[in-house]
Design a binder for this molecule. Sequence first.
Ligand code: PBG
Length: 327
Amino acid sequence: MSTFPATRLRRLRQADWSRRLVQENVLTVNDLIWAVVVSDTADPTEPVAAMPGVERLGLKALADAARRAEQLGIPAMAIFPHIDPAKKDADGSEALNPEGLVPQAIKTIKDAAPNVGVICDVALDPFTTHGHDGVMKDGIILNDETVNRLTRQALIQAQAGCDVIAPSDMMDGRIGAIREALEMEGFTDTMILSYAAKYASGFYGPYREAIGSGAVLQGDKKTYQMDPANTEEALREVAMDLEEGADMVMVKPGLPYLDIVRRISETFGVPTFAFQVSGEYAMIQAAAANGWIDGDRVMMESLMAFKRAGAAGIITYFAPKAAEILT
Ligand code: PBG
């Protein structure tokens, strides 16, 4: 047991060089996945009121963003679509349009910046009139019918050149169904990043405005997303998704769920990502805009917290801002 005064922990903290020397965790640009909102109505961009600093990008602006990501060394971008409300229907059919916004966005990024990885959300909520992630019948979200559609959605994304399929819907069995379809269609190298532990969270609020599903969402998502009170269930979700063929897993939201990130990364030893979601972003930006906190400092501290918890990387709207500080 080290005791005072033989041990004075402050000795190592006294200078910048010694603090750097004994630093336990590092955050680099390689840890960042840039969450971008792409829109078929934005020309070139539209602001998202609840997320100051985030804009919906038209395809030209997306190409510019992709080039910026490549220059900054950001490894990958995650695409979230905002589609013209006129294209929405109850089944989210537009999700299955091979010429739709997401396939176009994938090609746009690949053309502009071939070395930037492309990650696509698999879920129906940007495309449905009721704002749910699946097919709804008599107020119930149907699991197997939804999995069917998600599998087709994932194949369309893979065909368009998506590198990483990221199902964010929380239906049971979707990872297995998608993996099987990818194998059968020859997409043996397409990765799956499963939103394995995704909670029914109030922190997604601003995202609903970003993708235009807020005004329409009927009810809540508690029959498919997890109860914020649960941990053991998160481990079961992850175990099943890995068994079904996920290459990487994600915890969402991020900062309020760092205990889950730690448990999962330690238990499974697989690449575990965390999503610093829209509400987490908005809270930091709002407090910074009021002069209540130092925004850049809190941003970097929050990103380091993910690394400390064992995350392999972070999906964040802050990616370009953080990358500029890191490079
Ligand atoms: C939809 C989806 C959501 C987010 C990513 N994919 C919202 C939800 O599940 O209700 C949230 C992202 C964010 O808040 O930044 N499947």
